[in-house]
Design a binder for this molecule. Structure first.
Ligand code: GLC
Length: 605
């Protein structure tokens, strides 16, 4: 299956004007030629501003559809925690490269890499001290380039982190800025003689930071920070800062990355008397960056992290001139709420409250990520309900959220894990999987900060879970080793050997999602059956229609669906291909066992 997919992907790579000898080769030999020629291209040093792998690929028509992200399945991972090739206990780019075939086989289209830059690691790399280099723990710059080329050869795209709101306090820009009040870079950051400006602006890391201002003993002034105090905010009112960030973007786009997940975008600009969030001036900055990307690097994607209600995120798409994608944060806690309440209302309500977005734009959906399951955007009573339902132990809570992985949140219940994944893959938007969740990895809430959901990937049941040959004490994080989620019980190797494993099931789910563009591009219409434990919707694109029916309850349910608008259709269950009774004018009756779901293609035979 993997070979077929590689060949199918590689077909897109055929050069526009193929030499005649190429025509005489067998299909497999052609692919080898294409792959070899791609490996040779794009090897000059990107720092020297040379041609890039992407340019060579786009010249070869690899990625033709500029709206590729609308159909893509994304996979988020931390290089540090994925695979260690050098035996130093730290994942690296060579290790990641050796696992690319695993990701292709899973059905992934695009990788999202967590920060991989030099950093003092006060915020797991989100405190960057050099934007244009690779953290030495993860390998060399050449390792990164080889990784990128190897990903592209397999038709995998790669987006990286663009942390623009703040730098590390060890970044040379900040060291200069703090060195004296008349330094040329003084105004690159937000300084004040008092700590009472921008009063009332909320704190985000409420468990650690008492104020958004920190005292700098060097220049004897306060500086502004929305996250840890080791992460001073850049001053985006300063044209040189905007230019410096553009240079960073240009650098990586020339190296060949396919876009950026742009960190913490609502907080770029500060204004007295406001919340300092989502300000019009912030949008101006972002629009300008998008314009420059479109001008020089068309086809690359910008994805916003704006943890806001949907009506406040909507402006980040602009008129299709700001972000291509943005995460839909509130969908995620509401999915968990709907499941616990056994009631579709919280989910339907948030999606129906979501404004339409321009045609070229797309929502990013996720169940879990590298942060806490954030509860910032729910009401106090909803948050209390979520804590009671999913984080009774205070160790499981951090800031305004829950630091747990998907499988333990759902008490290891395979049916609920599958149900939420089924909903994730079938709602409007592009799904993001978090590494390890495809095998049901566990967490360690005693590790501090959000590290408990960032433990090494569990490849097999052997030494260090196949992650590293180092002594276990040396690993970047301890492995999960309890009897339920430990690597001897939960690992890729074991699940590859079991055709009924979560891993194999997830592969199948992704394959079905990829079999049609309806999921990524179609409309959604929710049905309103009397049984509110059932969540049913129809996805439609042109003539194609898919009916999705989910049982949110832990008990079997029967439901009557009003499907008169598609009377005459035969539902074909997508996992098994069985034909269900033809739909008529009368309510369509379905029964569902606990926490199960159906995807039906509607066919008119
Ligand atoms: C984003 C990241 C988070 C980080 C924060 C500060 O929210 O997802 O991990 O701590 O930005 O950079």
């Amino acid at each position: 299956m993997m070979r077929e997919r590689r060949e199918e992907r590689a077909r897109y790579a055929a050069p526009a004007a193929a030499p005649r000898v190429f025509d005489c080769l067998s299909h497999a030999a052609r692919i080898r030629v294409i792959l070899r020629s791609q490996t040779r291209i794009g090897t000059k040093d990107a720092r020297a501003g040379s041609f890039s792998a992407f340019e060579s690929r786009s010249g070869g028509h690899v990625f033709q559809d500029p709206l590729w992200y609308k159909d893509a399945v994304f996979y988020e991972l931390h290089v540090k925690a994925f695979c260690d090739s050098s035996g130093d206990g730290m994942g690296d780019f060579r290790g990641l490269t050796s696992k690319l075939d695993y990701l292709v086989e899973l059905g992934i289209d695009c990788l999202w890499l967590l920060p991989m830059y030099p950093s003092p690691m006060r915020d797991d790399g989100y405190d960057i001290s050099d934007y244009c280099a690779i953290h030495p723990n993860y390998g060399s710059f050449d390792d990164f380039r080889s990784f990128l080329a190897a990903a592209h050869e397999r038709g995998l795209r790669v987006i990286t982190e663009l942390v623009l709101n703040h730098t590390s306090d060890q970044h040379p820009w900040f060291l200069e800025s703090r060195s004296s009040r008349d330094n040329a870079k003084r105004d690159w950051y937000v300084w004040s003689d008092t700590d009472d400006r921008y009063a009332g602006v909320r704190r985000i890391f409420v468990d650690t930071e008492l104020s958004n201002w920190a005292w700098d003993p060097v220049s004897k002034a306060y500086y502004w920070h929305r996250f840890f105090s080791q992460q001073p905010d850049l001053n985006f009112d300063h044209p040189e800062v905007r230019e410096a960030i553009w240079k960073v973007m240009k650098f990586w786009l020339e190296v060949g990355v396919d876009g950026f997940r742009v960190d913490a975008v609502p907080y770029l600009i500060e204004r007295e008397g406001t919340s300092c969030e989502n300000l019009p001036e912030t949008h101006d900055v972002l629009r300008e960056l998008r314009r420059r990307v479109d001008e020089e690097f068309p086809g690359r994607v910008l994805l916003a992290e704006a943890n806001m209600p949907p009506d406040e995120v909507r402006p980040y798409f602009g008129n299709d001139d700001e972000f291509h994608m943005s995460f839909h944060f509130p969908v995620m806690p509401r999915l968990f709420m709907a499941l616990r309440l056994e009631d579709r209302k919280p989910l339907v309500e948030i999606i129906e409250r979501t404004p339409p977005i321009p045609d070229g734009c797309q929502w990013g959906l996720f169940l879990r990520n590298h942060d806490e399951l954030t509860l910032e955007m729910v009401s106090d009573s909803e948050r209390a309900y979520m804590y009671d339902s999913y984080a009774v132990d205070p160790n499981e809570r951090i800031n305004l959220g829950i630091r747990r992985r998907l499988a333990p949140l759902l008490e290891g219940d395979l049916r609920r894990v599958q149900l939420l994944n089924g909903i994730l893959m079938s709602l409007p938007g592009s799904p993001f999987l978090y590494y390890g969740d495809e095998i049901g990895m566990g967490d360690n809430v005693y590790l501090g900060d959000r590290n408990g959901v960032r433990t090494p990937m569990q490849w097999d049941g052997g030494w260090n879970a196949g992650f590293s040959s180092a002594d276990p004490e040396r690993l970047c994080q301890p492995l999960i080793s309890n009897p339920i989620y430990g690597y001897q019980a939960v690992n890729v190797d074991a699940q590859e050997r079991n055709s009924h494993s979560l891993l194999n099931w997830t592969r199948r789910l992704i394959q079905l999602r990829r079999s049609t563009k309806v999921f990524g591009r179609g409309t959604v219409q929710f049905l309103a059956p009397a049984n509110h434990r059932v969540l049913a919707y129809v996805r439609k694109l042109g003539e194609e229609q898919i009916l999705i029916v989910n049982n949110l309850s832990s008990a079997a349910q029967a439901v009557e669906l009003d499907l008169s608008s598609v009377a005459g259709a035969i539902p074909v269950e997508m996992f098994g291909g069985s034909l269900f009774p033809r739909i008529g004018e009368q309510p369509y009756v379905l029964t569902l066992s606990p926490h199960t779901f159906y995807w039906f293609r509607l066919r008119w035979f």
